[in-house]
Design a protein around this ligand. Structure first.
Ligand code: CA
Ligand code: CA
Length: 110
């Protein structure tokens, strides 16, 4: 999944100092979260995560979905809530930008 592109690209997620634009990212993350949260209980369960991936054309097993939820689940209640999802998105953005940093030779201060 090209998360960085779905987030509007590098220019959109970085502020003019080259740092992650957290308010923008959190807004975008909230949009995705609401899209993924099919039953609108403000939490993402493994089934909803799996559905979100299949909409992006990626088939993952329920076991994989459970593992991903587990990884993001900071408070251990078995669900991803909005705060956990926003933390996950900004972590993924940092990862994505480190990779593109190597590709383009650009220096991004995180
Ligand atoms: Ca839900
Ligand atoms: Ca949780």
């Amino acid at each position: 999944m090209k998360l960085l592109e779905r987030m509007g690209g590098k220019e959109a997620v970085l502020d003019d100092k080259g740092k992650l634009n957290k308010p923008y990212l959190n807004d975008k993350a909230r949009e995705f979260f609401q899209e993924m949260d099919v039953d609108k209980n403000e939490k993402i369960d493994p089934g909803e995560l799996r559905l979100a991936f299949s909409k992006l054309g990626l088939e993952i097993s329920l076991k994989d979905a459970k593992e991903m939820v587990h990884e993001a689940d900071a408070d251990g209640d078995g669900w991803i809530d909005l705060q956990e999802f926003q933390a996950l998105v900004s972590l993924e953005m940092q990862r994505a930008l480190r990779v593109s940093q190597i590709d383009s030779g650009m220096c991004v201060v995180l």
